[in-house]
Structures are given as C-alpha cells and as structure tokens.
Ligand binder design. Structure first.
Ligand code: ATP
Ligand code: MG
Length: 195
C-alpha cells in the first residue's frame, strides 16, 4: 500500500492490505446491521446515501460519507457529483413505482450510474451494491441481488471479471450483460423457460 492509499486512515495500527480488508469488513458488517434497523427516512435521499457510506466505512476512514474532491479514473468531475447523484436518485424514486423498468433492471441501472458517478474516494462498489439491494427491498419489495453468487467479489475471480466487464458494457449504454450477471438477461430468461 502507498502512503496515498492510507490518507484519512483512522487506525494507525493497520499497515497491511490484509489488516485493512479485515477492519473494513468489520465496519461494513456493522453498517449492514445499522441498515437493517427499522427507520423512517428515504434511502433515495442524497443525505441518506452519504450517511450509509459513513456507516459502512466511517470507523476506518475519516473521509467516509463525504464526496470526493479529486479526479479519479472512474467517475465524473468532483464538482458535478452532488447534482448528478440527485438526478439519479430522483429517477430511481419513480422507476419501480411507475414500472419504468422491472425491479432488477431499475436496481442495476441505479447501481451502475452510482459507481459511474463514483461519489466517494473509495468504497463505491461495496456501497452501491448495498444501496441497490436496499432499493430493491424498500421500493420494489424484491429480494437482493446475488452479487457474489458464492464467489468473493472483492477478490479477483471470474465472477468479478464478469461484473467489471458488464459495467463497462453499461458505460456504453448496453445493460444486457449486467442483467445477465444478476440472472435477468435474455439468456437467463430462456434458460428458465427451457428448465
Ligand atoms: N468501467 C466501470 N464503469 C463503472 N463502474 C466501474 C467500472 N469499473 C469499476 N467500477 C466500479 O468501481 C468499483 C471500485 O471502486 P471503489 O474502489 O471505490 O469501490 P470498492 O468498494 O472499494 O471496490 P470493491 O468492488 O473492490 O469492493 C467497482 O466495484 C465497480 O463497482
Ligand atoms: Mg476500492
């Protein structure tokens, strides 16, 4: 890990990638328990999006829950994050209620645009996978996505390759691979029909 990777790290005893994975995983698990508690408030408010990120990563990183201020490979210009995220959340709010898309398609479109905006310095993939699942639950009364499907999506695996490939296809406006990835593509449908 480089010094840059460790900017904002709250835990000085953490010095290796393995240790970092461990403390982040514990923080995410705690955030998920927080998310499972009954609550008022709207998960598609931008304030909630930031709070969720802070709950998932805020024990480990001082910048958790705050928008990125510098450019990244993936992601829009930092000064556009707040506006673009609000546009996305406004669209998502109506997409299930008004049946613009079927639930899984609404969820993967929300997920993809969120990681494409890349609001936070890090943790965008994990945060946006959890956000998409929470959206399915609260807005569409739909079970969560099988992101990992038995693999560890955070580590390199064929499953992660398929995920990243599908996101790049979605960058180009083609959501078929991402829908297939979550078991909802044309291939998945015909397989179901055959079975
Ligand atoms: N071409 C792409 N277009 C859109 N999003 C992408 C693309 N490539 C990667 N991503 C997203 O960016 C995420 C990585 O960003 P970041 O490091 O902030 O998140 P993370 O939670 O730390 O990642 P991880 O998935 O490794 O846990 C990936 O998980 C994926 O969701
Ligand atoms: Mg990362």
């Amino acid at each position: 890990m480089t010094a840059d990777d460790l900017l904002g790290l709250k835990l000085p005893h953490v010095t290796t990638r393995g240790q970092l994975d461990e403390v982040e995983q514990a923080n995410v698990a705690q955030g998920l328990r927080w998310l499972a508690r009954p609550r008022r408030g709207n998960i598609l408010d931008d304030a909630f999006v930031r709070t969720l990120h802070r709950r998932l990563f805020g024990d480990v990183w001082s910048w958790a829950g705050t928008y990125r201020l510098s450019e990244t490979n993936i992601g829009i210009a930092p000064h556009e994050i707040a506006t673009q995220l609000r546009v996305l959340l406004d669209n998502a709010r109506t997409s299930c209620a008004e049946s613009v898309y079927p639930p899984l398609e609404a969820a993967v479109r929300l997920h993809h645009r969120m990681v494409q905006i890349h609001p936070f310095p890090n943790g965008n993939g994990r945060h946006a996978r959890i956000a998409a699942d929470e959206f399915l639950k609260r807005y569409c009364d739909h079970p969560p996505i099988e992101w990992a499907s038995g693999y560890d999506l955070q580590r390199d695996s064929a499953r992660r390759d398929a995920y990243l490939h599908a996101l790049r296809r979605a960058d180009a406006g083609d959501f078929e691979a991402l829908l297939e990835f979550v078991g909802e593509g044309a291939a998945g449908e015909s397989a179901k029909a055959d079975g």
